[in-house]
Write a protein that binds this ligand. Structure first.
Ligand SMILES: Cc1cc2nc3c(=O)[nH]c(=O)nc-3n(C[C@H](O)[C@H](O)[C@H](O)COP(=O)(O)OP(=O)(O)OC[C@H]3O[C@@H](n4cnc5c(N)ncnc54)[C@H](O)[C@@H]3O)c2cc1C
Length: 481
């Protein structure tokens, strides 16, 4: 036996870690401990009488070759679905009306959202000199490269929609490292974007695991991936097990195991290596007892709440939703809804025939107080906001509210320092690995990639430890002989 790996958390990152470890080493004992009664974590797809509401992510951008391979190995390649064509139509609500955005958010209808002056300024981007490379906010980066109108009217609104975050505080280097690289390498985001599109197309023609670069999900929703990964017979999955503490094993010196993992039930088990794949605040607590500096650093990452409201409508109301992906709301409008996704236009099969499912999002970095509202208040807020933005005044025939007390970590200015500090400390802590959305990407595919990478590292670490142990035993035998 090459050792026992314990993974804490059965969201997509924890299960991807387990998958990678199993792929790397056929002899490893792999245990996944999950607090709740099902796998998936934030990627939970809830079915209710023909309505399918995603509690968290509705889809993911298929850009990671490693995720393409993971999906294939999980047996889900045939169950993957791409967003419908209507999803290319995206809107921003500003100045009391909807504005349609062009592809990639950067080509808005001239004269509408930006005005001719704003569009002309954005087109000058290829001629704007490179920045100094400091840790800069997304708002500042966009203002410098594309002008104030794109920054304030699009970037600010889009960051509320994508990260539930504040563009004035989010770090461009940490949230969109590719944008920074594009500026540094090509001197222009637009020029680099065109060059990258050509390379991606060439790669897509040549490689088997080339991503589609489209918004994707699975027929039964995103939870299909964690569920399929959990079915791997190599993984010993234990549900309803909440880990409370991880400590170094006093017996580790004699090689009987490195860490003692304690559970809420009072049980303990010994692990040769541990991957922590819980959300940030849980990782801060668990790592806090083991490496207090890491606990302190992780606790500095803000993770604001988000409330997701699934609203189902009949056919008469359905006709009032414009064809498209959904709408993001400009902050100045005084509307609390961050945005609304038109699920039935994006994905097939998420509402009963002829009906329409929308998902409205509230909360985030600029409105954490929304979690103080009770369900009736949230529902009434969602209805009044939909009426104001889309003129939909019909009563929903279905509703479902999901509250995330801590939804999406915010990589704000200074995040690079937190990440470097955590990684340096963990490098000095043999056998402890951190997967998930704490450091290097908050999206479903990025957390899957972090799981794959930490699972692989853990398996390699255990193989090395095993080899060292074997060689020590062999030299002991020789000297004894
Ligand atoms: C509202 C919302 C919308 C989102 N939209 C998108 C989107 O459109 N596209 C996208 O790509 N991403 C989106 N995301 C982000 C995406 O959900 C995450 O990146 C991804 O789900 C994180 O997966 P994970 O496995 O790291 O964490 P999780 O899914 O949170 O899994 C962690 C698991 O650890 C378990 N756990 C926690 N503590 C313990 C403990 N002490 N002991 C045992 N188990 C424990 C939890 O129960 C959970 O199952 C969204 C997130 C939210 C909240």
């Amino acid at each position: 036996m090459a050792g026992r790996l314990v993974i804490i958390g059965a969201g997509v990152s924890g299960l991807a870690a387990a998958h990678a470890a199993a792929r790397e080493d056929a002899n490893l004992e792999i245990l996944v401990l999950e607090r709740s009664q099902e796998v998936g974590g934030r990627s939970t797809s809830m079915n209710d009488d023909g309505w399918m509401v995603e509690a968290g992510p509705g889809g993911y951008l298929d850009t990671e070759p490693e995720v393409v391979r993971l999906v294939r190995e999980a047996g889900l390649a045939d169950r993957q679905v791409a967003a419908q064509a209507a999803a290319a139509r995206r809107f921003i609500y500003r100045g009391g009306r909807l504005h349609r955005l062009g592809p990639g958010l950067l080509l808005p209808t001239p004269g509408s959202l930006l005005g001719a002056r704003g569009v002309l300024r954005a087109m000058r981007e290829p001629f704007v000199p490179r920045g100094a490379g400091d840790d800069e906010s997304i708002l500042e980066f966009c203002r410098r490269r594309f002008g104030a109108r794109i920054a304030e009217r699009i970037a600010h609104t889009a960051m509320l929609g994508i990260f539930a975050g504040d563009a004035a505080r989010l770090s461009v280097a940490s949230c969109f490292p590719a944008l920074r690289e594009m500026e540094q390498e090509h001197g222009s985001v637009i020029r680099a974007g065109l060059a990258r599109r050509r390379t991606a197309k060439r790669r897509a023609d040549e490689e088997t695991d080339a991503p589609t670069r489209k918004l994707a999900s699975f027929q039964g929703g995103l939870q299909e991936l964690p569920r399929a990964l959990a079915a791997n017979p190599r993984i010993d999955l234990r549900l309803g097990v909440s880990v409370t503490d991880i400590r170094r094993d006093a017996a580790a010196a004699d090689g009987s195991g490195a860490y003692v993992v304690a559970m809420a039930s009072g049980e303990t088990l010994v692990a040769d290596a541990v991957v922590i794949a819980t959300p940030v605040q849980g990782a801060a607590r668990l790592l806090g007892t083991l490496v207090p500096t890491v606990g302190d650093l992780l606790a500095q990452i803000p993770v604001p709440p988000v409330v997701v409201v699934g609203l189902g409508f009949d056919a008469a109301a359905a006709a009032k939703f414009p064809l498209g992906f959904g709408v993001l709301i400009s902050r100045e409008e005084g509307v609390r809804m961050l945005g609304c996704l038109w699920e039935s236009h994006i994905w097939p099969g998420r509402s009963p025939d002829g009906c329409f499912l929308a998902r409205a999002m509230f909360g985030g970095r600029l409105d954490a107080q929304v979690s103080e509202l009770d369900d009736a208040e949230i529902l009434s807020l969602a209805r009044s906001n939909l009426q104001r933005v889309l003129g939909v005044d019909d009563a929903p025939i279905f509703s479902r509210i999901v509250r995330w007390g801590a939804a999406i970590p915010q990589y704000e200015i200074g995040h690079r320092g937190i990440k470097a500090g955590v990684e340096a400390e963990l490098d000095r802590q043999p056998g402890v690995f951190l997967a998930g959305d704490a450091l290097e990407g908050v999206s479903f595919p990025k957390t899957a990639v972090s799981g794959l990478s930490q699972g692989r590292r853990a398996a390699l670490y255990l193989a090395q430890t095993e080899a060292q142990r074997a060689s020590r035993a062999a030299s002991g035998d020789r000297s004894a002989g």
